[in-house]
Ligand binder design. Structure first.
Ligand SMILES: O=C(O)CCC(=O)C(=O)O
Ligand SMILES: [Mn+2]
Length: 195
């Protein structure tokens, strides 16, 4: 499937926006350094089948209240200026408000994010997830729950990928582990959480 840069594109049962050049190389390098330093990265644990596991990446949550997923409740940190600025740049594309962001730090190729959908009830019927990438490029896959169709992206630094419409209902997404040597990658996923 051809995805044109800087355009909304309908996929079966979903809607995406992809702009690999949303933020310039120079600015995204600076943002990587700032975010890497200033975000209070934490290694959270989740409980799966009664066992505690560290999640395979570092995270930090910014929003008006706590965020709960997979048995994990994250308390919000105070907003940082660059995160507020990037939020409004994403809102110019989504044309609807975003009010929180989950920051992810993938330290190396061993860090990952398993198959999931961002479909917590507080995100509403048609969640808009605006995802910015900085630092190392990582592969990102979407898979249709029924047809198993796959759509893949290289999430390069400065890229913006938005998932909207029914994407969270019909598709799963992942950032898999890789054996290729990888430096750190920061991902910001802006969302709108209903109170
Ligand atoms: O790192 C990414 O690109 C995806 C992150 C993600 O899916 C999430 O935090 O829900
Ligand atoms: Mn996600």
């Amino acid at each position: 499937m051809a995805i044109e840069q800087g355009r909304w594109v309908s996929i079966p049962d979903g809607l995406l926006y992809w702009d690999p050049n949303f933020i310039s190389k120079k600015e995204s390098d600076q943002l990587f350094t700032t975010l890497h330093q200033d975000i209070k990265w934490r290694c959270d644990q989740i409980t799966l089948f009664g066992q505690r596991h560290f999640i395979p990446r570092l995270q930090c949550w910014y929003g008006d209240g706590p965020y709960c997923y997979s048995n994990l409740t994250m308390q919000p940190e105070a907003w940082l200026n660059p995160l507020i600025e990037l939020k409004s740049r994403c809102e110019q594309i989504t044309d609807s408000p975003l009010n929180c962001v989950l920051a992810n730090l993938y330290r190396d190729g061993n860090d990952s994010n398993g198959w999931h959908a961002d479909n917590e009830p507080e995100l509403g019927e048609q969640p808009i997830i605006a995802s910015l990438s900085f630092g190392e490029t990582r592969r990102f896959h979407l898979k249709h729950r029924q047809t198993k169709q796959k759509i893949s992206f290289d999430l390069t630094p400065g890229s913006l990928l938005i998932m909207a419409g029914e994407t969270q209902k019909y598709w799963l997404h992942t950032v898999p582990k890789t054996k290729k040597p990888k430096q750190a990658r920061i991902n910001l996923t802006y969302r709108f959480l209903h109170a």
